[in-house]
Design a protein around this ligand. Structure first.
Ligand code: ZN
Length: 212
């Protein structure tokens, strides 16, 4: 595995509260213990992870930068895969990611466009590294992190979150927003539908953030 791949895994473990130690791309004993803890938790957040507040407080100094022009990350854009609720049901998330990557490669992108993908059961898998500019929202990719929820087929932007997504996805998405907010000064959490005339992610993100 490349150091970048290990760094992605460490970031994921960190996001889910499994404490892999420094995000250094080295598979040491702390990363190994964190991976074991992640597996023991069924691929979900650590049981001891603190409840997540609805709104994200800006971090004081931490900042993630993307690309060679070092765009500071100040925003999270939420998406959905527009898949049916039973799409690839029972298949490992890695296979679902491979399928989404295939769609994105067919778009001419060099890799999966999102940084994070959240499955129906709340499990998370890493797409692009957070320090790489994504390919998920036209004209808004530099300085944003794209998170994709599996599901959302046939959704409308006026739907409630619960109409198209699961309670586990709700918990994980809030945890991820909160965790990213500790790593970089997030000022805005938006939905793709705020930038393009489409339903994606299939709910109103600011209403959902307020707990509705
Ligand atoms: Zn989208």
């Amino acid at each position: 595995m490349t150091r970048d791949a290990i760094r992605s895994i460490q970031t994921g473990l960190n996001t889910l509260g499994h404490e892999p130690g420094p995000i250094d791309g080295l598979y040491g004993s702390r990363t190994e213990r964190a991976a074991e803890s992640w597996l023991a938790a069924g691929g979900k957040a650590a049981p001891a992870a603190a409840p997540v507040p609805a709104a994200t407080k800006p971090a004081t100094s931490a900042m993630i930068y993307q690309g060679s022009a070092r765009h500071p990350v100040r925003e999270i854009v939420v998406h959905c895969a527009a898949t049916r609720p039973d799409w690839m049901e029972g298949r490992p998330l890695a296979e679902k990611i491979a399928e989404i990557r295939r769609w994105h490669l067919a778009n001419g992108w060099k890799d999966i466009g999102y940084h994070w993908i959240i499955d129906r059961d709340g499990k998370v898998l890493a797409g692009r590294s957070e320090t790489t500019i994504g390919a998920h929202t036209v004209a808004q990719n530099a300085g944003t992190i794209g998170i994709c929820l599996i599901g959302g087929h046939g959704s409308a932007e006026t739907d409630s979150f619960a109409r198209n997504f699961t309670p586990q996805q709700d918990i994980t998405l809030r945890q991820m927003i909160s965790a990213i907010g500790l790593r970089t000064a997030i000022e805005r959490v938006s939905g793709h539908n705020e930038y393009a005339p489409k339903a994606c992610p299939g709910f109103d993100v600011s209403t959902w953030l307020k707990g509705a």
